[in-house]
Design a protein around this ligand. Structure first.
Ligand SMILES: [Zn+2]
Length: 118
């Protein structure tokens, strides 16, 4: 079990920087049409545990299907650092590969079913 810690994260070019507080209860892989293509491994955090530090103007928003989930990516380097969740819009899904000093070893990975959602 990981302790509750603050993890800094960024996109590849560094324009978008953020930090989250989490103890990594689990990671999720989603099989929806966009997550499959991103191959993202995510951790879910409440918006109160997420802080965007820089790069708000560098974020581009992509919406599809029901247009509730908001998928953000950096318009400079194209990396997807996080998105707003569709079923639980006050939560962010964070791409754990954008976090500094994070080791996914020993954290359970849950396969989320996005493709089967209406
Ligand atoms: Zn970038």
């Amino acid at each position: 079990m990981h302790a509750l810690k603050t993890y800094p994260g960024s996109c590849h070019c560094g324009a978008v920087r953020f930090e989250i507080d989490t103890d990594f209860p689990e990671l999720t892989m989603c099989d929806c049409s966009i997550c499959r293509r991103k191959n993202a491994l995510m951790v879910k955090v409440h918006e109160g545990q997420f802080r965007l530090l820089a790069g708000e103007n560098n974020l581009t928003e992509y919406r599809f299907h029901t247009h509730t989930a908001r998928h953000y990516f950096c318009k400079v380097c194209g990396i997807y650092p996080f998105h707003r969740k569709r079923v639980t819009p006050d939560f962010y899904g964070i791409n754990v590969h954008c976090l500094e000093g994070f080791d996914p070893v020993d954290i359970p990975v849950r396969q989320a079913v996005g493709a089967a959602m209406p």
